[in-house]
Design a protein around this ligand. Structure first.
Ligand SMILES: Cc1ncc(COP(=O)(O)O)c(C=O)c1O
Length: 369
């Protein structure tokens, strides 16, 4: 089986992990956490980095820090992971979703303004599958209507929008370090911001809102979202290789495109837009409507041939859990509905070899011939 993802851990990972074990620093108090926070934040040009236990927790803490509460609306793409919408709903707010662009698969920014109301507090921009959201219009709208920008850069390590790193655009921005990310800590996440107040709030929220003087007396409710020194040790070693990893992913993406060129019935990812070069976090494909096979069938056939795949996101407005809550009644977002049903991604991990890619593309050609 060619796995859909396999990380590369061939730098200083083992050395730094052994250092944790030799020194006994394995908890969140260890020195790698601070070093990883500082170096990661610097890499995306931010003043503060707050390491947490995963990317979903990063979003949860970021939204709590921003103060999203009952009745607040947050505009976001419908085509994303539930980690974006869940904290808004849990806080008593409303995720207000917009459709995707059919070519980039990121949120269609031309649809944001029509969804702004007097209850809108923030726009959540989510970079998806290797291309960023077109950020300039998002930032213009945020300025025009006095909205916060929350940037979910979970998948966007090493990606740039108009030569500026993703993760540098939000009032608050978040990352994930799950093993399929370009920097992994096993499980992990990071919040980055330039705002001293938001940073302090996030540090407190991730650590149960313990107080400096009276530790176990709480003025506010927080979470235990701390990252361990072991995770940060991995992260630091991975970060040292981010430029190499990003370049490798770009080359892999281009190679996939070359090998799959001319397969009829398959939409391949854009290699670039006017504002960004694709970093191919994953190599997604969308099956044309004319092909009598959906993503589920294609993934099953590829699985039978030893090729690991993953489905695309399922839109937020079609999530049973939200529908049962009465959210998104009667809403349709045709692009997201279509790519959710007809899109999936091929093995995309950093450890994927050229010969494995050849096999993947051969099998894809076979099932689409
Ligand atoms: C866009 C996006 N946001 C958030 C997350 C959540 O990150 P985690 O899996 O670390 O909780 C992911 C995970 O892949 C993601 O793709």
């Amino acid at each position: 089986m060619i796995p859909v993802n396999e990380p590369l851990l061939d730098g200083n990972e083992k050395k730094y992990l052994l250092e944790c074990i030799d020194t006994g620093w394995i908890s969140s108090e260890g020195p790698f956490v601070k070093e990883f926070e500082e170096k990661f934040a610097a890499r995306v040009g931010r003043r503060h980095g707050i390491a947490v236990c995963n990317g979903s927790a990063a979003l949860e803490a970021a939204l709590a820090a921003v103060g999203i509460g009952p009745g607040d609306e947050v505009i976001m793409p419908t085509f994303t992971i539930i980690s974006c919408a869940a904290p808004v709903v849990r806080a008593g707010g409303w995720p207000v979703v917009v459709d995707s662009d059919p070519l980039t698969w990121t949120m269609d920014v031309s649809r944001i303004e029509e969804r702004i109301t007097s209850c809108t507090r923030a726009i959540m921009a989510v970079h998806i599958y290797g291309l960023p959201v077109d950020m300039d219009p998002v930032l213009d709208l945020a300025r025009k209507y006095g909205l916060m920008v929350i940037e979910d850069a979970a998948e966007a390590h090493g990606l740039a929008y108009r030569d500026r790193p993703c993760g540098s655009f939000g009032d608050i921005s978040t990352f994930s370090f799950y093993p399929n990310k370009h920097v992994t800590t096993g499980e992990g996440g990071m919040i980055v911001t330039d705002d001293d107040g938001l940073a302090e709030k996030c540090r407190s929220l991730r650590n149960l809102c313990f107080q400096a003087k009276k530790r176990f007396v709480h003025e506010e409710l927080g979470f235990n979202f701390r990252m361990t020194n072991l995770q940060a040790a991995l992260g630091l070693a991975q970060l040292e290789q981010l430029n190499i990893f990003a370049e490798r992913k770009r080359l892999m993406g281009r190679r996939y495109t070359e090998l799959l060129q001319g397969v009829s019935g398959l939409q391949l990812p854009l290699s670039e837009t006017g504002y960004a070069e694709n970093i191919y976090w994953v190599y997604g494909v969308v099956i044309d409507d004319a092909v009598p096979m959906d993503a589920e069938q294609a993934m099953r056939l590829l699985g039978e041939r030893g090729i690991g795949t993953r489905p695309f996101f399922w839109p937020m407005h079609e999530q049973p859990v939200f529908r049962r809550m009465g959210l998104f009644a009667g809403e349709h977002h045709p692009v997201a509905e279509r790519i959710a049903r007809r899109g999936f991604y091929l093995p995309s991990g950093l450890a994927l070899t050229d010969s494995q890619m050849d096999v993947v593309c051969h099998e894809v050609r076979e099932i689409f011939s």
